[in-house]
Design a protein around this ligand. Structure first.
Ligand code: IPE
Ligand code: IPE
Ligand code: MG
Length: 245
């Protein structure tokens, strides 16, 4: 951690927490056991992000497509969300963490919706790490919703078509309150985005690791950050332009 340059930290890290099922199966356990262990990794990574001074951390916990998993796994995950939120919110609050949820939350069972609502309300005034959990989230769903919202604003006369720009789109996404992630991490050796923050990741540095999510710890986060700090972010410009800046 001493090797990290405090002046070159990303403000926002997004993580696709993948590999819980395989981790469990490797030890002859049920997939749900992997999800339970994954919660420990979430706790460790949230602690590490706070300690390092990251301002925004988005965690992909459940995708729109994950609703199509076998019912016992989906139900198990839903109870795990409710229990985890209830259990963790007091500590998050103590650590000045503000909790947010993005996704099609209306699809969640009522007790889960209540737990999320309570967690957000309780931590709403906090000023430390913004912890954003993507639940029942997919980027295509979010972009479709944004298109509908913008169309409604045009229809009602609040907005004219010539005023629509990139900022209009950003403002109508579920992430409108957060800057775009500079670093996206995916665990478990899969090299794909799986419908996560497609618009927001336009210029993110992508980092892939074979580590399965239940094994992911602070040292893995630090490794990803060191890798991030070694990259040259050019945003379409040339190296020379970047260096002379
Ligand atoms: C990620 O782990 C957690 C969720 C998608 C809910 P997986 O459950 O996808 O684990 P693998 O990829 O099958 O190993
Ligand atoms: C992505 O993982 C979603 C989450 C981590 C919540 P998946 O395991 O669902 O993704 P695919 O199916 O391998 O693309
Ligand atoms: Mg997976």
């Amino acid at each position: 951690m001493e090797n990290l340059d405090p002046n070159k930290l990303p403000k926002h890290i997004a993580i696709i927490m993948d590999g819980n099922g395989r981790w469990a199966q490797e030890q002859g356990q049920d997939r749900l056991f992997g999800h339970y262990e994954g919660v420990i990794s979430v706790r460790k990574v949230v602690e590490a992000a706070t300690e390092i001074g990251i301002q925004y951390l988005t965690l992909y916990a459940f995708s729109t497509e994950n609703w199509d998993r076998p019912e016992p796994e989906v139900n198990g995950l839903m109870s795990l969300f409710v229990d985890t939120i209830a259990k963790e919110v007091p500590d998050l609050h103590k650590n000045n963490i503000q909790l947010h949820f993005i996704g099609n939350l209306a699809l969640l069972p009522e007790d889960a919706q209540k737990a999320l609502e309570a967690g957000m309300q309780q931590t709403a005034q906090n000023t430390g790490l913004n912890l954003i959990i993507a639940l029942s989230y997919s980027s295509r769903w979010e972009l479709t919703e944004a298109a509908k919202k913008i169309a409604l604003q045009v229809q009602s006369g609040q907005l004219t078509i010539d005023k629509i720009n990139e900022a209009t789109l950003s403002k109508n996404l579920t992430t409108s309150d957060f800057p775009d992630p500079e670093l996206m991490i995916r665990t478990s050796g899969e090299y794909r985005i799986s419908n996560f923050l497609l618009y927001q990741l336009a210029y993110a540095e992508l980092y892939f690791t074979n580590t399965l999510w239940p094994d992911f710890r602070k040292k893995d986060l630090v490794e990803a950050l060191l890798d991030y700090q070694s990259r040259e972010r050019r945003f379409g410009k040339t190296t020379q332009q970047i260096k002379s800046h």
